[in-house]
Design a protein around this ligand. Sequence first.
Ligand SMILES: [Zn+2]
Length: 377
Amino acid sequence: MIKTYKVQLKPNQVQHSLLNQAAGTSRWAYNWGLAKSIEHYNETGKFLLDGDLRKELTQLKQTSEYEWLYKYSNNITKQALKDMSQAFKNFFKKNAQFPKFKSKRKSKASFYHDPLKLKLTDTHVRLEKIGKVRLVEKGRIPTDGKFLNPRIGQENGKWYLSIGVEFEPDIGNDVSEPIGIDLGIKDLAIISDGRKYKNINKSKRVKQLEKRKKRLQRRASRHYERMVKDRCKKSQRLLKLEADIRSANKKICDQHTNHIHQMTSELVKAKPAYIVIEDLNVNGMLKNHKLAKAIQDNRLAEVRRQLEYKCEWYGVELVIADRFYPSSKLCSQCGHKKEQLKLSERVYHCEHCGMEMDRDLNATINLLHYKMYELSA
Ligand SMILES: [Zn+2]
């Protein structure tokens, strides 16, 4: 299955100028090739192959006048010549008008990128000879597919990446059982089929990083004290410490994000009939001033964000349970609703049918039932 995506880029000033130059190089190659083709056609009455044009361009690059071409990816000019050849072919097949020269003002600035050299993450795209460019929307493009025909172009002053993504072959249309996901505090998530995904706070790597961060912070705080006492500016050592703290933080954050990616991919790729998750109280989240809780909420929001786009990629329905749906208070077996459930009650005990179950598991099974509840309500 191939899907095409278009996302806006957020280049910095230097990158903006490099993108412009790359598009200019593409336009130049297209026009150069077109001029050569017309000349050749007028002389011989024959069509010039783009392979021949490429050879000529390679020789041209050896001259001092055209050595500037080395500054840009070889693939830009290669594809521009291919595109030009295609336009010519279309004309000969009477499918299109005679190819026109591209003008700086009227033609859309765009260039091609080699799909094998393009690196994509949730937040950035690495472009050859341009660097890591930020994406405006996080996680819109699947990063684990095969990329096809990436083009970078400008529209109304904004840069976009258009790219085809081929997904791993769809293994039949097998749909597995629907699942409910309860996002927890102790565990990252509890699945209605009984599976649990742990938090990685206690993983060796994260513990190591947290320890390193604390050590750096202690050292930095001694510098701060001295700064206040001696009324001096930040020293080079302190600036270095601050940079190291930022880098440790980033690494910890990446560990968590990758862990969440593994979980959401595993859950969605199993293609459940649908997935139900609880709604997160965003207003409540913003009001929360406790740092630990805020970080936790952030991660839950990240789980939901990833589920949202991955479900879209794989065509899985994602159901968000209403915030007022009492998933913790309902008995998942008989539907009885408790009036009160204390946070300390880790086991759900139903006074109606006598069922006993882990509190979180009961809640997540209720989430699974939400779709039916919604229909019957
Ligand atoms: Zn019950």
